[in-house]
Design a protein around this ligand. Structure first.
Ligand code: ZN
Length: 150
């Protein structure tokens, strides 16, 4: 189990240091800011949606490794999914992090995102990991302005 844990940490550190899809998007269909006042993480999420499908995702911002890694993996995971599928992934991810410890989660839905399972042991970090996801959820719903975790 400790090997698995190290692997998970490696993935989070790698994405935290070198976030993928880290840039602004000129022609985004949706754009929303997210802020986690507990840690100071802030990001802007850009989505391109065509025919109800997420065809591109990028983000900009600054924050801790967990918040940046979460946004990076979000962008990798959701491109190509329909908006309905993206919401299912959001729900599963949210349940994994806020549910009871040890609660089974659907690895088929979450894929690489399972690396964040251990974060639920650190309640103050849960908001770092879910910031990008709350922002995504707001953007899918067509919210404007800013999403905060508080
Ligand atoms: Zn954070």
């Amino acid at each position: 189990m400790s090997d698995l844990r190290d692997l998970y940490q490696d993935v989070i550190l790698d994405h935290g240091r070198k976030p993928r899809n880290f840039h602004a998007m000129e022609d985004a269909s949706r754009q929303l800011e997210g802020f986690n006042p507990l840690c100071g993480d802030r990001l802007t999420l850009y989505l391109k949606i065509e025919d109800d499908r997420v065809t591109d995702i990028s983000f900009e911002g600054a924050g801790c490794a967990i918040s940046m890694a979460s946004a990076s993996l979000l962008s990798e995971t959701l491109v190509g999914k329909t908006t309905a599928e993206a919401e299912v992934v959001f729900q599963s991810f949210h349940e994994m992090l806020t549910g009871e410890r040890g609660q089974p989660f659907d690895e088929k839905v979450l894929g690489k995102l399972a690396v964040f399972a251990g974060v639920c042991e650190f309640p103050t970090r849960v908001k770092c990991a879910t910031l990008a996801w709350h922002t995504l959820n707001g953007a899918l719903k067509g919210d404007h302005g800013k999403v905060t975790t508080e």
